[in-house]
Design a protein around this ligand. Sequence first.
Ligand SMILES: [Mg+2]
Length: 388
Amino acid sequence: MNEAMAMSISASVRATVRITEIECIPLNLPFHVPFKISSGAARPVVETLIVKVHTDQDVTGIGETQAWRRQGSGETLAGQINVIKEHFEPRLIGRSPFDVASLMHDLNNAMYATLYSQAAVGDALYDAAGKLLGVPVWQLLGGKCRDKIRVAAVLSMKGTIDSLLESAEQFYSNGFRHLVLKIGVDAEEDIRNVEALRKRFGNTIELRVDANAALDYDTALRLLTRLEPYDIECAEQPLGIWDIEGMSRLARAIRIPIMADESVSTDHGLLEIIRKGAASSAQTKVAKNGGIYHIRRLWHLMAAAGLGINPGNHPSTSVATSSVAQMCGSWPGALMAGVFAVGVSGALADDIVLNRIVPVNGEIAIPDGPGFGIDLDEAALRRFRIDS
Ligand SMILES: [Mg+2]
């Protein structure tokens, strides 16, 4: 097929394709080792929702979100399915998946605070559009700016220094040079862990700490001041989601730069952080921030405000990992070594796609196949789904 033919076929597909159904597939995906951060008990599974946007052209778009249930997420899988089936699907049936802006605007107006649900639907629209045109999503987002992107590894809370170092050693030998240490339960333990990591790896690694909103102002001030000599890249979300004032004061009181994560949900939330000088970088996540459509707006705001951009995710399968990789691939500016690949870097025990995304030498290659460049493994979906 020559290029002119391909273009005319694409044009006719674009004019006629219609969405026929939104399918929701709830999964319990096991962690490799129960995942422990500062708040809540260690979790054995991540509650994941795969959304399929079916069209009348034999093309199906795929998106992923999670019911995280903590740190700003009041989600349940049943609730997300209800939002998508009862409130989103009727607004999508019969319309074109290419009309992403119009569709996402309507979904956002359909129900307040539904970014977690919008994420999977909106990303599935991009995947469908890419597949219909035979191009990767990065092409739809402006073209390729890089072939691969460096990612960070997350060290979830371990019982002992030895087990922490063992896990860090494994990431290091696999080429990771950015480590994120979970902190926020026991200050003495946090300091011992940072000391041990610096002693083991010297200055060959970037070291970030993440308190997941667990600390009060005074505890954060004392702990982070004591961590200043260890050349910490940044301290992620030290204070509560609501405490933008506190983060702003803390940012002025300590030398370690602050990253906002849980505090950044909507663009309005991000603007508040920018106005108050409450962070010098911020993390986005596919589910938390509503997928590609919303996240790119946040990245543009961050870039304009001089904030570092950390491409993140809850622990995700290759589907949401590809979503972030597509954005990174088409982003011309600087990006931090993000944590968007934590799920496929060993945190999750399995994946649900046939062509898995895996880090090589601490980097993720930007997928080149149509849409997200991934194919679902239907047998794996059957294995992990909880509604059949
Ligand atoms: Mg975080």
